[in-house]
Ligand binder design. Structure first.
Ligand SMILES: [Zn+2]
Length: 160
């Protein structure tokens, strides 16, 4: 396909459990529970990585960072984002923009969004390319019952 722009979508969810730190957008958010996962379980960054890989036609994060691989135990997802961006670069792509929605009943995330965007930019996203929105489950479903946190992302990339 000969097109300079490509779009991808990403979706991820992780379970909220006791005894884990809550990491979202590369930062620890004060909360009494955290997300279960092999890496830091940064659901927001995972959705972004899947959107970027999808746009480039490179599959999904499970192929590159399998949870059976001990080297990714407690890995910082923002560091893995840097690897994803290097895969895109190798194929001649760079991000144009990404829009991410994170759905969490609690805690209230809006005060942290500015820092999350900075963290993703420090992880390799172009400055000004990332938008993050926080929403809730309104008491419905696994998000509303605080059983987990979900995130979805769309990313546009261009050939350079
Ligand atoms: Zn994940």
């Amino acid at each position: 396909m000969d097109c300079n722009f490509r779009v991808g979508i990403g979706y991820d969810c992780h379970q909220l459990v006791e005894g884990r730190r809550l990491i979202l957008g590369g930062m620890e958010i004060p909360f009494e529970r955290g997300l279960q996962g092999h890496s830091d379980a940064d659901v927001l960054t995972h959705a972004l990585m899947d959107a970027l890989l999808g746009a480039a036609g490179l599959g999904d994060i499970g192929e590159y960072f399998p949870d059976t691989d001990e080297s990714f135990l407690d890995a910082r997802s923002v560091d893995l984002l840097g690897k994803v961006l290097s895969f895109l670069e190798k194929d001649g792509f760079m991000p144009v923009n990404a829009d991410i929605t994170v759905a969490a009943e609690n805690p209230f995330l809006r005060p942290h969004i500015g820092q999350m965007i900075l963290n993703l930019e420090n992880g390799g996203m172009p400055v000004g390319s990332v938008n993050i929105k926080a929403t809730r489950g309104e008491g419905m479903g696994f998000v509303g019952r605080e059983e987990g946190i979900a995130a979805m992302a769309v990313a546009l990339i261009r050939r350079v």
